[in-house]
Structures are given as C-alpha cells and as structure tokens.
Ligand binder design. Structure first.
Ligand code: FAD
Ligand code: UDP
Length: 387
C-alpha cells in the first residue's frame, strides 16, 4: 500500500483545489471520489445528441475574487458569458432579478412614477431584498412589493424549498434582490464566464499532477475508518497526515445524531430538434409549472450545433437519504445548524480532520467561495507542515 502525505475525500471544487495545492507543495495526495467521475456537481459531459450539458444542474462561474479567477485561469481559458435570466409570469417574460426593466413590463404606464419613488427611497443601482421592500410604508411601494413577492418569489420559493420566502433563511432570497438598475445580468461580479472547454476539462487539468493519486468509485468509508479515540485509519493503518473531507458530515458519522435535512433535485433533460428553445440561458417559472426553471445549455456554453438543443427542467423535493439521492442544498435554519454543530464538534475530535465544502460545512456556497476556502485551507495545511 502506497504512503500518502494527505487524503482528500471528494473531487469537486473543494477537494480538487486542495489536492492540487498540497501536491504543488510537494505532498503526495490520495483523492478518493465516490462517483465514477471528477468535478463534483460541476461535472459536464456531451449527451447523446452531442450537446455539452451539466449533469447536476446549470453552473455559471462568477466571482469578485481575483485570486480565484487567476487561480482557475491556470487550468482553463474562458468564454465570455454574462448570465441573463427572465421570469415567466403568466406568459410574460421579465428580467430576474426584478429591475427597472421588469417594472416597465409589469406596470407599463405607472412604471416611471414607481421607479421615481423607488429611487428616491433607496437610491440608484441599489439592491433591495424582497423582505426589505415589503417593509415599505409607502402604500404604492408596498403594493409593488406585494406584486414582486407574489409573482417572482412566492411560488418559486415554495417549489424550491417547500416553504414561504419569509420562513427561509433571509440570505437565500437576498441572493436575488430587487435591483434598481437597468443592468439585467443575473450577477454583477467583475469576473464571469464559462470554462471554454467545459468544467470537466478544467478539472482534468487541475488534477493532472504527478503527486495526485485518484481513486474513483470509492466511498470514504471504504478507505478510511474513524476510530472512537480520535484516530483515522487509512486502509487499516493509522494515518497522521491531513484528511480533508468534502462530503456530507452526517454520512461521515453514520448519521448517529440523526439525518441533516437537505433539498434534492430531479433533473429532466430533453433534446429538441430546433436551433433554440428559449431566448435566455435560464427561464424561471415563478407563478406556475411544477419545475422551478428551464436552462438551455447552448446559451451558456456557446456551442454551435444546428437544429439541436438540450434543455433541463429542475424539480426540487425533500431529500430522504435513500441510496442514489444527492443532497444538493443545505436547509439553513437554527435547528439544522445546531445539529450540524454536533457533527462538526465530533469531527473536531480528530485533530487531522478538516471539513470543507458546501456539504461538509452545511452552507450555501457558490463555486468561487469554495475555491477561495480551499485555497485558504491549503495555505494553512502547507504552512503547518513547514512550521
Ligand atoms: P461537490 O461539487 O458536491 O463535490 C463533492 C464531491 O464529494 C462529490 O463529487 C461527491 O461525489 C464526493 N463525495 C461526497 N461524499 C463522499 C464520500 N463519502 N466518499 C467519496 N466521495 C464523496 N455555484 C456557482 O458558483 N454558480 C452556479 O451557477 C451554480 N449553480 C448550481 C446549480 C445547482 C443545481 C446546484 C445544486 C449548485 C450550484 N452551484 C453553483 C454550487 C456549486 O455546485 C457548489 O459550490 C460546488 O459544487 C461545491 O463544490 P464542493 O466540492 O464543495 O461539492
Ligand atoms: N428566487 C425566487 N424567484 C426567482 C429566483 C430566485 O423566489 O425567480 C428565490 C428562491 O427562494 C431561490 C433563491 O431566491 O431559492 C435563490 O435563488 P438562486 O437563483 O440564487 O438559487 P440557485 O441558483 O442557488 O438555485
């Protein structure tokens, strides 16, 4: 059995970034991945029709962190892509986040007066969360808030979370604020784009290092044993080097305090014999339909393929923990965070174990946030060794 300096579980952005950084610092790294491919939920591949699709839902890269952008740029060139989303409100399409153009579409003649009031109350280019807008004491703005709440947030949030917007973590709806602007992009980050050859190609380069050994189709539990006494065994032998775990933390400890709640998704892919299915990369269905949104991949990737296009519909539901189901979204709520904390404390009993990533940290992180955290953790591990 080979000796390794570090073990990492999960070959998504969290695990793959740490693996690379430790490998470049001269450490030999074992990277264990349960699936039969790298890339985690950012994995993409070509479907039967030849369309590049994202198997676990549409992923658009955006960040304000130059360090993250520069780092990933070592492993990919970028396609300049600015994501634009529209809501389908009873057949009428309007930009999301709801902005001054959406206001024109929804309110027509009354829009200029409402825009004036909004700008006076909050200021130009401001982002106002729907929960904040609903606090407005101006009756006309309160009515507008009701319109946006009813037509953009209520049904979509019920579909996505099974709860009303006011009952979920406010940071979630704050991701898509009302934007007092004509800028109709979904994100305003300075760095945005799609990996030119796709995410999987990016991961292939990221993991292409002689110090990295990748074991696919291997669950953490097959390779690692967590003893009662705070020791981790690798293939039956005590392992003292850093172990970075990026999977669900309740799974790591056999759900001994109970299962952490998540939302999972069903994806319905369809290939259609047409150039384009819709005008935008993503259309959100905010007042009807059982699915939350439809994404058409060619808009995102820029792939040119005549008379063929693939779309995906996303259906959200409660995660039940059954084999094969994937936990996608942590449900941020005080009781869930308290349960998570018990698992994190247990993990703390293993001095060489690090929890990292959207699952292991039970957080709603975008890809860039994960890469940044992974770079910082790798810095920490690399400096500990030196010291
Ligand atoms: P993951 O990508 O989930 O990787 C974890 C890996 O660990 C997986 O490969 C898994 O198989 C493996 N693993 C887990 N447990 C074990 C185990 N016990 N043994 C072995 N292997 C294990 N972010 C953006 O920035 N832009 C977007 O547009 C965007 N869109 C998204 C759309 C959807 C539908 C979803 C669900 C998320 C989206 N995200 C987006 C978030 C993005 O997916 C995450 O930030 C990113 O995938 C987190 O990387 P990670 O490495 O923490 O987790
Ligand atoms: N949201 C909504 N209507 C929309 C878009 C978003 O109600 O048209 C709410 C919904 O609660 C959603 C949250 O805002 O879960 C965050 O949306 P985002 O697009 O950031 O979600 P993600 O891309 O992470 O699935």
């Amino acid at each position: 059995m080979a000796n390794f300096d570090a073990v990492i579980v999960g070959a998504g952005f969290a695990g793959a970034t740490v693996a690379r950084q430790l490998a470049e610092a001269g450490k030999t790294v074992l990277l264990v991945e349960g699936r039969d491919h790298i890339g985690g939920n950012a994995y993409d591949h070509t479907d039967a029709a030849g369309v590049l699709v994202h198997q676990y839902g549409p992923h658009i890269f955006h960040t304000q962190h130059k360090r993250v952008y520069d780092y990933l740029s070592r492993f990919t060139a970028w396609r300049d892509y600015q994501h634009r989303v529209v809501a389908n409100v009873h057949g009428q399409l309007m930009p999301v986040p709801f902005n001054l153009t959406s206001l024109d579409i929804a309110y027509e003649g009354r829009a200029p007066e409402l825009a004036r009031k909004l700008l006076e109350a909050y200021g130009p280019e401001r982002k106002v969360t729907i929960l904040e807008l609903r606090q407005s004491s101006d009756p006309e703005l309160a009515q507008l808030a009701d319109y946006v709440y009813e037509n953009i947030f209520k049904t979509y949030t019920m579909k996505q979370w099974g709860q009303r917007p006011e009952d979920i973590d406010p940071a979630t709806t704050a991701r898509v604020p009302v934007f007092l602007s004509r800028d109709d992009r979904y994100f305003q980050d300075p760095y945005q784009g799609m990996p030119l050859d796709g995410y999987t190609a990016l991961f292939e380069k990221l993991l292409d290092h002689p110090n990295i050994t990748l074991r696919l189709n291997t669950d953490a539990q097959e390779a690692l044993t967590f003893t009662q006494v705070g020791t981790i065994l690798l293939d039956g032998q005590a392992f003292k080097g850093p172990v970075v775990y990026t999977g669900a933390v309740d799974d790591l400890f056999q759900r001994r305090f109970g299962r952490l709640p998540y939302r999972t998704l069903d994806f319905e892919f369809e290939t259609l014999p047409m150039e384009w299915y819709q005008t935008h990369g993503t259309v959100n269905y905010t007042v009807d339909q059982p699915y939350t949104r439809i994404t058409e991949f060619k808009h995102l990737t820029g792939q040119e393929l005549p008379k063929k296009t693939t779309i995906v519909k996303e259906y959200s539901k409660a995660y039940t923990g059954q084999a094969g189901e994937i936990p996608y979204y942590a449900i941020i709520a005080p009781e869930n965070l308290a349960l998570y904390r018990r698992y994190a404390d247990l993990a703390g009993e293993y001095p060489n174990l690090y929890l990292l990533g959207r699952l292991a940290e039970y957080q709603y992180y975008n890809m860039d946030a994960i890469v940044l955290r992974a770079l910082e953790l790798a810095d920490q591990i690399n400096s500990e060794k030196k010291g």
